[in-house]
Design a protein. Sequence first.
Lengths: 292, 261, 318
Amino acid sequence: MDQFLQQMVNGISLGSIYALIALGYTMVYGIIKLINFAHCDVYMIGAYIGFAATTYANLGFFPALIISMASCAVLGIVIEKVAYKPLRNSSRIAVLITAIGVSLLLEYVMMFFVGAEVRSYPKVLSDAAFNFGSVRINMQQIYIVAIAIALMILLQFIVHKTKTGKAMRAVSIDQDAAQLMGIKVDKTISFTFAIGSAFAGAAGVLVGIYYNSIDPLMGFMPGLKAFVAAVFGGIGSIPGAMIGGLTIGVMETMVSGYGNSMYRDAAVFAFLIIILIVKPAGLLGKNTREKV
Amino acid sequence: MSLLTVDKLTKSFGGLTAVSNVSLHIDKGELVGLIGPNGAGKTTLFNLLTGVYVPSSGSIRLEKDGRQKELGGLKPYHVTKEGLARTFQNIRLFKDLSVLDNVRIAMHQNVRYRLGSAFLHLNKYHNEEDELIAEAERLLDIFHLSHKKNELAKNLPYGEQRHLEIARALATKPSVLLLDEPAAGMNPNETAALTDIIGWIRKEFDLTILLIEHDMSLVMKICERIYVLDYGMLIASGKPEEIRSNKKVIEAYLGEDVNNA
Amino acid sequence: MRALTKKNLLILLSILLTFGVVEALITVGIINSFYEITIATICINIILAVSLNLVTGFTGQFSLGHAGFMSIGAYVCAIINMHMNSTVGFLVGTLAGAFMAMMVGILVGIPTLRLRGDYLAIATLGMAEIIRVLFLNMEITNGAAGLNGIPRYTNWIWLFTFTAGTIILINNFIKSSHGRACISIREDEIAAESMGINTTKYKVMAFAIGGFFAGIAGALYSSYFYFVKPDLFGFLKSIDILVIVVLGGMGSITGSVIAAVALALISTFLQSFTAVRMIVYAALLVVIMIFRPQGLMGTKEITDLFKFKSGKKEEKIQ
């Protein structure tokens, strides 16, 4: 039982990070129907920016987090403008291939400049731990979950209570109609990329602190898992992404804790394939039908 | 005797009933029209008949070799194999393939050679491919398209694309042909020419035809019987002259107030 | 005899010519062992690209897991060949690997039938990752360390035979009615289904054939390079193959062949700079998609160029 609770705690903190990344996938997919493969590399770059801010500029945790989020937001907008916007009317396969290209480009340009070696994060958050019975919770986990929750509340507020949020919802339903209603579609898409990327940046910093190591290819696996989380929750749905992230996080720690940690990645993918077969629209997604 | 029998067919999407309790029959060799205002459920009915949608309830039966075959719930390719072929309201040709390939693909279900011949291009392959080309050209000739057989379908003018859709449907060797607004977007001359062609292929291929059309001149001229759908329900059926004077039909088309005005 | 048409003679001649020239260059010593590796890479990549092209370019089913099929061929052939150290063992291993990969292709094909486009891409990626994790954990595959000391039976003659064979067989398939059925799925799945094409069957068939030939490529790989490990067949390998198909043109076998040769030459020159090579690949993908999404050849084949000319002449005569 204790082990179960401990795995649960670990799973929730890991899942919060997945949820933060999954939000970026789900928002971008909702608005331009693209699996933004480059998203996981924005997360990686966010981790490196946080690393630079804490190591070289000796900044504290919160300034580093904010710098990383802001830089990633800008990066997200640039990626969209340079690579995806020229392809807005191309086939979906073409855009998907571009996204893969951008992803690889970010990874290897980064590798070219910072080298392939793993770097360790400075200790910017205390790792003091509290024991509840035999369940151990450390400060970092509390920070991760608290920041994830705060950001998600912020996002819900933006999407449901602000004008920009309304524009985002309109564009995701029907881009052309939104345009005719005077909504600035380009601006809205840029804004979506900015928010999604900022969240990925935050996740990058949190992961750097939690696992204490970063490298240029660190984004690939968490990126895929976050995508699985988005699919499970129902792609396009923001609460779905949160539920999905937590589910995948807990599932992964359970497989490592009770089964064989070598199989945890395979378990996530097997889970994905099962969802796609059983309920392709996901937990909270909508079914779409092609008109004949 | 009835070739295609539709019995109490219903299709609902969530709360919306697009086709409600429709029963109709088409006899062998008949040319039947299906009309109704926009959104009456005509295309949905076609999609049910051809297996694109699965009926919520009711049955669709096709008489084949003296036996009644249930089509409801079969996959589209299976329905086509049983002898029902269709065209699409919004043209759905294989745009980036040649005119000839469009027709040859529709002939695939009758191709006899197997994978071995396909991989090795054995004599069987060559003989049958030659037959396919000859037959496809015969079909294209009817629609005066054979000189354009190597052009891409998307480069054909609009009217010829509609013709190619019919040719492609014929290539599946159907017993019943379903035409979804074949004259949409055509000018009166083109419509007249199409009317002739439909009459001609019907005799030539011994076809039974069901057609959706908004162009009343075409419907009234060639259809022997007409069914009228409104809000998913069958509101009238009969000979063209009966339909022309049917009060319910006039109401459906012009709105309720027509009698009071 | 149909086999002796002018076109077939031309093809046969060019095949023999390619073989003869390379063989001569090897004998004379202009192609040394360093370039021989490049040639082996080219042949293996051609097989991979042409088979992926059947799935993605012709049938329109976007797959990001081709390296998974390749790895099955590589491991099966390696294991059989290590127990049966002879040319017969090599051939048995190659065929067994290809069949295993084909079976997995069918297994992958079945669940993916309901998926389209980007979802399918992720599902195939996931499937390849599962295969990789399995190889990583199995005893017979020796885990992460991989298999070492696989006997080498792959030589230039086998490479050439299998490459030419793959190109001819897949090209024949595409030019047949069954191949056209696959292409119709890419063009418009609903229309294809309404024209009597069992789209499910042909999607699975495309995956099965694609898997079979990818398995052969894997077998040739393990037998040429003595050594396999799971990390060789990860996501990046699948992307490598995809780049070839996209650059050459989705739906053009000629394009795949040209792109495989061109990219292998680029890689050879950039061999000592892995990061730069990947940057070039990635930039290529983005630039092609933005400026020439149809790739070098579009859906054209080299034979179409001749056909087009003769077609024009006929028109003039009429």
